[in-house]
Design a protein around this ligand. Sequence first.
Ligand SMILES: NC(=O)c1ccc[n+]([C@@H]2O[C@H](COP(=O)([O-])OP(=O)(O)OC[C@H]3O[C@@H](n4cnc5c(N)ncnc54)[C@H](OP(=O)(O)O)[C@@H]3O)[C@@H](O)[C@H]2O)c1
Length: 193
Amino acid sequence: MQGLRDKGHIQTGQKVLINGASGGVGTFAVQIAKAFGAEVTAVCSTRNVDLVKSIGADHVIDYTKEDFTKGDQHYDMIYDLVGNHSFSERRQILTPNGICVLAGMGGAGLHPESWRRLIANFSAAFRSNFTPQKFVTYIAKLTKEDLDVLRDLMQSGKVSPVIDRTYKLDQTQAAVRYLEEGHARGKVVITTD
Ligand SMILES: NC(=O)c1ccc[n+]([C@@H]2O[C@H](COP(=O)([O-])OP(=O)(O)OC[C@H]3O[C@@H](n4cnc5c(N)ncnc54)[C@H](OP(=O)(O)O)[C@@H]3O)[C@@H](O)[C@H]2O)c1
């Protein structure tokens, strides 16, 4: 929510592309962007197409079949949780004053490729100082006010958490190992009861 609202300045009617739409953050982002009135394009793999449609995505691009940076469509915002395309590829599909919110590097594991993408994100943010289209990074902050907004969105039925797997506390190691594989479908939950 902070990435879309505070960094991306999301507006009703905007075209928003979410890269990495099927993961723990992406499944929230699709629903929150819809709640803000955006037209949402979700990028995910074949097995998650139905999932992202079920949570409200207007359009879906299957990344195993199509490269979203090669299409004709232009977006007011790219909310990028994967960072697997270059600065110029993403600029090509942004509207003239569009914004790319650089939220992540694809999955939770810190392997060499994620470090490369992290550095590329900072480089893109710097380079966009010299272009009309902006690339911004951010780290989410936990605040009571925003948790209240999320609670209200959930109580109104506009946002529902997508739960992939649930682990008991003593299985946390297995839960983190699963998350680090980078293919979660929604959130991975640890229960303490
Ligand atoms: N900026 C912040 O404050 C902040 C906060 C939280 C998380 N993050 C970052 O955001 C990123 C995503 O986090 P998460 O918790 O959502 O991860 P996650 O739950 O592990 O989900 C990863 C998702 O990415 C999808 N994916 C993998 N390769 C893809 C590709 N090439 N194109 C499109 N989708 C692809 C996977 O789907 P498939 O299985 O179909 O490949 C999976 O559903 C991570 O890098 C994380 O560190 C940033």
